[in-house]
Write a protein that binds this ligand. Structure first.
Ligand code: NAD
Length: 371
């Protein structure tokens, strides 16, 4: 089996789908590895750091020879068109938003695994790329916010008196939010967390944070949140306004699957914030958790700085790639046995992660959106 790794083409994308340390483990599955020249360069893995991998200067020829293609971002159409019918693609796909790509995968008879569809079950944790990338993003969001603040996070005693610790509020306590809480606390901030799923209360407390009680439970399906009703939104807003007003740094991470990012902070609430306060809106790519967020931009709203980062994991490309490669390895171990591809469609992980196979869009929500 020939496994090919492409060089990512997105302008903001520095990650690579395979790092050198994972190569021996993939080779053990009975596979030969092909790497597009300089694919790992932007994530600190030069070609020379890959042992027992064939470096390929000709992308089209490499793709034409590959049985399995690995990528990070949804690939460009020319990648799919250069693949053999029946070949496997493993990558983030977001098929509902990438209609042309999904059709090309279907028509090219590609067996495509969408990494964002890995089910959130215990057995699949080691393949869960959304989580591995969100963890790093949550960490980085705190650092990004902290360097835009006119103050430090920890309490500090100096010869001329003590400086107070900063107040950090994290809204949305999924994987990224919990890591943001942990990071802010490690840096010495006083932390508060808020989510609409009450089970996050204990998780926040175990990280040394206070949980903001709003009395609203919006637990949805599969451990995710559901959208709030208008009444619930008003109730939550009344409680949160004071917490927003006293924060020095706010990290927002709220998301509801398949929906626009929920609005957690409006302009009126921003106007009540402390001068110099910073918001890092991790929902920026999904439309923003805050009024006024611009994806990929840092904007000033009065004395408040509003940061709308995109693709945070790519800023930590070395380790984001390392974790992603391991997620992929763990998936490949499910589908490649003794040098052969075997797809067990009765396996929940395979069935749920598959997006297209043999000319059919297998992921139902994607099929509904595309066909
Ligand atoms: P996500 O990115 O979908 O959402 C982030 C957070 O935003 C969630 O905690 C959600 O409850 C919250 N949220 C949504 N609307 C909100 C609102 N209006 N106000 C405040 N918060 C709001 O979440 P995620 O990080 O992908 O995690 C989703 C779920 O999956 C969690 O329950 C997590 O524990 C679970 N999970 C399970 C596994 C596993 O078992 N293998 C792995 C990872 C995550």
């Amino acid at each position: 089996i020939k496994i090919a790794v492409i060089k990512e083409s997105g302008a903001q994308e520095r990650r690579v789908a395979l790092v050198p340390s994972v190569v021996p483990r993939i080779a053990k599955l009975g596979c030969d590895l092909l790497l597009e020249a300089s694919a790992g360069e932007a994530s600190s893995y030069p070609d020379a750091s890959y042992q027992n991998v064939s470096i390929q200067a000709d992308r089209v020829a490499m793709l034409g020879a590959a049985d399995v293609v690995l990528a990070v971002e949804p690939p460009a159409l020319d990648v799919v068109r250069a693949m053999k019918p029946g070949a496997i693609l493993v990558s983030f796909l977001y098929g509902r938003n990438n209609v042309e790509l999904t059709k090309a995968l279907r028509d090219g008879k590609i067996t495509a695994f969408a990494m964002e569809q890995i089910p959130r079950i215990s057995r699949a944790q080691a393949m869960d790329a959304l989580s591995s990338q969100a963890t790093l993003a949550g960490y980085y969001a705190v650092l990004l916010g902290s360097v835009s603040m006119p103050k430090i996070l920890p309490m500090m005693t100096t010869a001329v008196g003590s400086l107070r610790a900063a107040q950090v509020l994290v809204m949305g306590l999924g994987v990224a939010g919990l890591q943001a809480l942990a990071t802010a606390r490690r840096l010495g901030a006083v932390t508060e967390g808020y989510d609409v799923r009450p089970e996050t209360r204990d998780e926040a407390r175990s990280l040394g944070a206070k949980f903001v009680e709003t009395g609203v439970d919006a637990t949805g399906q599969g451990g995710y949140a559901r959208e709030l009703t208008a009444e619930e939104k008003a109730k939550v807003r009344a409680v949160l306004t004071d917490h927003i007003a006293k924060a020095d740094l706010i990290i927002t991470t709220a998301a509801v699957p398949g929906r626009k990012a929920p609005r957690l902070i409006d302009a009126e609430q921003i106007a009540k914030m402390k001068p110099g306060a910073v918001i890092v809106d991790m929902g920026a790519e999904g439309g923003g958790n805050c009024e006024g967020t611009q994806a990929g931009e840092t904007v000033r709203v009065g004395p408040t700085t509003l940061i709308g980062p995109v693709n945070l994991p790519s800023r930590l490309a070395e380790q984001a790639s390392e974790l992603y490669s391991k997620n992929i390895l763990n998936l490949l171990e499910q589908i490649i046995k003794d040098g052969k591809v075997t797809l067990d469609m009765t396996d929940e992980v395979i069935a749920k992660t598959l997006a297209t196979h043999d000319g059919v869009i297998t992921a139902e929500p994607v099929r509904e959106a595309v066909e």
